[in-house]
Structure formats: C-alpha cells, structure tokens
Design a protein around this ligand. Structure first.
Ligand SMILES: [Zn+2]
Length: 452
C-alpha cells in the first residue's frame, strides 16, 4: 500500500468513527439563516474563520458589494362575493416594495408560468395579479426567476408564487439577480392557492389586495477562502458551496450541510497531513440565494488562469443517493462515469447543466465543473422543503452526513489526483453546449447570457 492510500484509509476511518459532521451542521443552523445582510451571516463568517484557524488552516476572504434586500411586512387579502379575508404570505427576495400603497386588482391563475401557458391567456394578463405555482410546467421544470421574468414580460402587476407542495409552507427565493425586480412578488402556500383557484372557478372575478414593505440598501459581504497546497501548486481545483440560506429558514440541506462538509475536510486534511496532487482552494460563497451573485462577481474579477476544475456542493447532504451534474461537458461526463465505482456508492452522473448555483460562473469562464446534489425526488432536497421554513437540521440524518463527507472526500481525492485534467472550454464550446441544451432563450431572460 502506498503512502497516499494509507492516509486516505485513516481519513475515511476517522469520518465514520466520530460524529462531528452532524454537530457541525447543527452549529451552522443554530447560528441562524446566514441570509445576506443579517447578523447571522456575519456570525457564520466568524464561525468558519475561527474553526479553520483553530486547525492551523490559513484563511482569507474576498469582499464585494451587492444589491441588498431586507424583508418587511407583507399583506395579502382576497375578496369575493363570499369572503373577504387576509391570508398569510411573504415577499420574495429582491422584490420591490409597494411604497406604502396597496395594490388592488383581479387575481388570475397562470398555472406553471411557462411561456406556453401564459400565451394561452395573454389577453387577460396585463394589469392583473397573476398566481404562478412552483411545480413543473408544460415546458418542464423552470426556475422561479424565469417564471417571474415571464410574468413581467406578459404585463402582470404582481407575481404571486404558490408552493406546489402541501404543508402551509411559503416558498421564497430571488426574483432577479443582483437587482430589484420590476413588480412586487409574494409567496403563498399551496393551500391558499387551491382555495383562490376554487373561488376563481366559481365566480370568475376574484379581487385581491397586496401591500409589501422591503428595504433595498447596497451592502457588502465576503467569501471565506482557504487552501490546501498540492504537489502541483499552480494547478488549482476550486471547491465551493454557498453558506447563505434564506431568512425564513435554517437552510440546513441548502446549504449548511455542504459547508459543514468542506470545513470538516479541512480539519481532516490538516490532522492527517494530506497532500493532494493539485492545490485545493475551498470557497464558502456568500450571496448565492440572491441569484448566484457572490460567485459571479468572484469569477468575473479574479484571475482564474490557474484554476483547472471546479467542484460545487449544493444540497449535498439530506438524502443518500447523490447526483453529479457535468454541465454538458462530454469529456467530464465520461470521466465521472469511469470514476463512479471509486466513490463508495453509486452516484447518478448526468450531463445536466446547473445554471442556478455557484458552478455556473466558472463554467462561463470555460472551467470544467461539476455540481453535486442529493438526489431528488426526496422532499428533503431540491424544491421540497428547500426555500421554505421547513429546511431545518432535523432533515439531516447522522448516517447521511457521514456518508456525504466520505463521498466528498473521495470525489475530491480522485478528481484532484487525475493524471490529466479535462480540457478547458473555449467560448464556442460553451455556447454550443448551452444552445444544444436549448438554454439560450432562458439564459437571456435571466440575464445570464454574456455572449453576443
Ligand atoms: Zn443552494
């Protein structure tokens, strides 16, 4: 047995013999939401820095300015011939205030909010308050920001985003990236949505009142960064995950669990003097939930010429099967499939292109990247409890936390020790991948298409 695999065995043994990863996740959750602009965001930064320093890991940060957003009150009232009632609702992130005014109007149902669905009712949309649910659309799954952009383009005056999962849970999330949206946007539960739909079916015209108060200051935040030097120092693998959650939740699965994982890895590397072949640069990204803002600013302003690959963890822990997405990069897809058998248990490997997480800005710079999730359709991962107040640490199991840590360790180890890294992409390659996946129109709508 060579020296490297001996170290690996000791690290893997340690992962399973101690229970610290679960406790680390809990710590991060108990700090609070870590939502951008809150005290708990600062506390999380201090927690990470203190933890890393206590194990002798050198830490630095990357500070940047962004469009902040602070939640205020939200009033939502429904009036028909039968009822006049207030229902609980919350504002979506980066949605504007109604500036002390109450917006009144007819409320209509826009279904899943795809262009196909909205076109069918396009005459009735201008000036209306439009409900759109978070479920699949006739065009497949669409990100909330696409649905919002569609509602704006079709002339809606308020975007009402309804959860497609039961449980009186309000969905939250950003409506634009790093800028304030055009129209107010609120989240309502599936139960409220079903009731309003029923009233519309019975009476045709149902009226609605919406009043929201949010603050929109310019703020600064920072990424927390640490490195494990490799034998080849000038070839860097960036390993990232966002530490911010949504203000209404603990953000346990999304994404405290991934941050706890990379913090524990740093500790294990130090404790066992692990030296990877290539340098590992870990980045705990800030301001992801505002539309992948922090990592986009980082990738656009930092020299990435020595970065040969990027691994992103978003919702890593929470359910045992894992899904490795390869951003449409054929070479990476073949490579990840060939490495699968070494990763302790069989993850799903796909060519899916994740454009709504911190790997995407690196992809746009031509860097081979993978994004790893817990596999759906478990409600703990993705848009089940995600982005609602139910994303709490009880959704994490101790066993999955350990398995995920072991999985992350092996994945990074195998990937960073490759003889040859996958080729970087040229602009033409990136455009071809995105066009082949029919993402060009969506990305333009999202203001995430930087090409001419
Ligand atoms: Zn996330």
């Amino acid at each position: 047995m060579d020296e490297v695999s001996e170290v690996n065995e000791r690290i893997l043994g340690r992962i399973f013999s101690e229970d610290v990863i679960y406790e680390r996740i809990k710590d991060l959750c108990l700090i609070g939401s870590r939502f951008s602009g809150t005290e708990s965001e600062k506390e999380a930064q201090e927690y990470m820095v203190h933890f890393l320093k206590s194990y002798g890991v050198k830490v630095y940060d990357y500070e940047f300015e962004y469009q902040g957003w602070i939640r205020g009150d939200c009033y939502f009232e429904i009036e028909s011939s039968k009822i006049k009632q207030e229902f609980p609702a919350i504002s979506l992130v980066l949605a504007p205030s109604t500036n002390g005014e109450t917006i009144e109007g007819t409320i209509i149902d826009g279904g899943g909010g795809s262009e196909t669905e909205l076109k069918r009712i396009d005459d009735s949309i201008p000036g209306k308050i439009v409900m759109i649910n978070s479920g699949d659309t006739e065009e497949g799954w669409l990100h909330r920001r696409i649905k919002y952009a569609n509602a704006v383009d079709f002339g809606a005056k308020v975007f009402v985003f309804a959860n497609h999962n039961p449980g009186q849970l309000f969905p939250t999330g950003s409506v634009r990236s790093n800028r304030i949206g055009e129209i107010p946007a609120i989240g309502i539960s599936k139960e409220t949505y079903e009731l309003v739909k029923e009233m519309i079916a019975q009476e045709e015209i149902v009226n609605c009142k919406v009043k929201v108060t949010n603050e929109t200051p310019k703020l600064t935040s920072k990424h927390i960064i640490w490195e494990i030097p490799g034998e080849i120092e000038d070839e860097v693998i960036v390993i990232g995950g966002h530490y911010d959650g949504h203000d209404i939740a603990q953000g346990a699965v999304d994404n405290a669990a991934s941050i706890a994982t990379i913090l524990e890895l740093a500790k294990l590397y130090k404790r066992f003097n692990y030296v990877p072949k290539r340098t590992l640069r870990f980045i705990a990204f800030a301001v992801e939930e505002f539309g992948v803002v922090g990592s986009t600013i980082y990738a656009n302003n930092v020299d990435l010429s020595d970065v040969v690959a990027m691994i992103n963890f978003d919702g890593l822990v929470g359910h045992i099967p894992k899904h490795i997405t390869c951003s449409g990069i054929e070479e990476l897809f073949i490579l990840m499939n060939s490495l699968k058998s070494q990763m302790l248990y069989d993850p799903r490997v796909s060519k899916s292109i994740v454009t709504a997480s911190d790997n995407y800005p690196f992809f746009l710079k031509g860097i081979p990247n993978v994004c790893i999730f817990g596999e759906k359709p478990d409600p703990r991962v993705g848009r089940g409890y995600g982005h609602t107040s139910a994303d709490t640490f009880d959704k994490i199991t101790r066993l999955d936390a350990k398995l995920s840590l072991a999985f992350a360790f092996v994945l990074i180890d195998v990937f960073s020790n490759l003889e040859e890294m996958p080729k970087k992409l040229k602009e033409n390659d990136i455009i071809k991948i995105l066009r082949d996946a029919k993402l060009e129109d969506q990305l333009k709508l999202l203001e995430k298409w930087p090409f001419k």
